[in-house]
Write a protein that binds this ligand. Sequence first.
Ligand SMILES: Cc1ncc(COP(=O)(O)O)c(C=O)c1O
Length: 418
Amino acid sequence: MLKHTRVTDPQLYQLLEDELHRQEKNIEMIASESTAPLEVMELTGSVFTNKTLEGYPGKRFQAGSEIADEVEKLANERAKELFHADHVNIQSYSGSTANYTVYAAILDPGDKVLSMRLDQGGHLTHGSPANWVSKMYHFEFYGVNKETELIDYDALEEKAKEYKPKLIVAGASSYPRLIDYKRIGEIAKEVGAYFMVDMAHVAGLVAAGVIPSPIPYADFVTSSTTKTFIGPRSGMVFCKAEHAKTLDKGTFPGCLGSIQLHTMAAKAWCFKHAQSDEYKAIMKQILVNGKTLAKELADHGFRVVSGTTDNHLVLVDLRPKNITGKLFQNALDKVGITVNKNQIPFDPASPFVTSGARIGVTSITQRGLKAPEIHEIVEIMDQVCKAPEDEANLAACKKRAEALISRFPLYPAGSFDD
Ligand SMILES: Cc1ncc(COP(=O)(O)O)c(C=O)c1O
């Protein structure tokens, strides 16, 4: 692996080896992570990275674009076919910039946007005070019902009518249930707002058709291409035909610079791969594993937010276990299970401590883990909660976690041999 870097920069090479080893021996359950296919790594590390181009196929600002144009056109055609979309722009560098390109395309400074509260599932780029977008546009927020912990669509509708936003944003970072895109789309239409769905977390599930797609209902659909989509660290935006010119202009020159041909090529590979039976089987299994995880956690005395999950992540309330999200995350990290602390709806704890955790199943599903292994993982989590600061307890749990994951290779043997 990295035969040149190994010679010219042994220090950096060692860090890469260490990271590969960490990923191999850890049970990775960060909901936004997945394991990139080897082809994605080949293409993102290819000579495609050398080409600088601005603009769109047939309308570039630099010469030497013939092959790049073919790559971008191929990726666009495959993406539109896969997601049944009128138009796509795959120039975004990530899920965050995908959101920024839509804002740049349709909003003016001071415009009003209605989006999901950050502490109930929304994302930084949906108007967090910590993100620059909150300085540019006026954000108002909707959230979940305190009893059901599901999006309160009636309250959303009321807010939309009262606030009259130019844009309504749906989609989330830590919402375990399906979102009623049709309903929010109708509300947006009624108040004359654009409707954007950020499907960053669930794009793979949508691509495989195992959960409903937002594409028929939204003006714009943005996404990362990592997470459940299992692609390169990049982004994409879909839109209705009538917004195609606006989106493209807002993306370049409105928001971004030159294209990243290497990730574009990797995305093109993913759009084809996502049509395969192998990919669809993984996405189906992610849903099964998510439900299994939710049930196992509930059976072991954890409280599962909203009762279950319809996607790849479970949001768990740790208060019945008398442990904070911060301690849970840190103790599990020592054991070799990687999760992240997360606020739960109406959390009395700060975002730095939290009462909950977000646990995802994409990476473990790719590695082949199923119900018996998820049962063992939750048993380990339960045991960790009993004595999270007892080093002997954590060492025993770590042994169990290592024994479990060592049976499921991260990549096929020999993948990185020179
Ligand atoms: C809903 C949502 N949108 C956007 C992003 C940002 O994606 P990226 O990290 O690709 O910029 C995330 C990241 O976690 C997310 O959860």
